[in-house]
Ligand binder design. Sequence first.
Ligand code: CO
Length: 211
Amino acid sequence: MSFYDQIFENNKKWLASKKVNNKQFFAKLAEGQSPDFLYIGCSDSRVTAEELMGAEAGQVFVHRNIANVVSTIDLSAMSVIEYAVTHLKVKHIVVCGHYHCGGVKAAMVPQDLGLLNPWIRNIRDVYRLHKESLDSITDEEQRYQRLVELNVEEQAFNVLKTAAVQKSVLATGFPKIHGWVFDVGTGELLDQHIDFSKKLNNMKEVYNLAE
Ligand code: CO
């Protein structure tokens, strides 16, 4: 059986398993969603958002793109953040990057990627911002890993800089912003423990954020 056909067999088994302990599982889901989490991660097939978090249907609002980029001119990402913060009132927003990220790797090499150029440039900009510290790492693998971490940090700042998040944080203290890295090679999820409140104060005069 091809994987394509198997998918529908898998689906039947999955929905049956959900109903074993809770007959109303899907009826309940149909009533609506109120997730506490917005997860912004990479599209990479190895980084399975809900599965790696052990999350159930209804618990996590998800946005994925190449190399977990949060760009203010990306209508899709901005709409997801706006909806998650203003309507779903999520308590946490996570930007989750991952080691062995092809998008981040692509940004480390000078090459023409066609339509992908402007997208990958978001990550090249992260490299430029941290060029000095990155260039001081002689081991290429370690430099690559560090760029993954710094990309998470910068994209998380981009989340923090959005008007929706600013207004909500000032009014309620939420959402909390987190930066995570998933290690594809070990399966481990690593909290980067970034002190966003401190960095936010330093950014105020630059980005003219709401008082
Ligand atoms: Co990736």
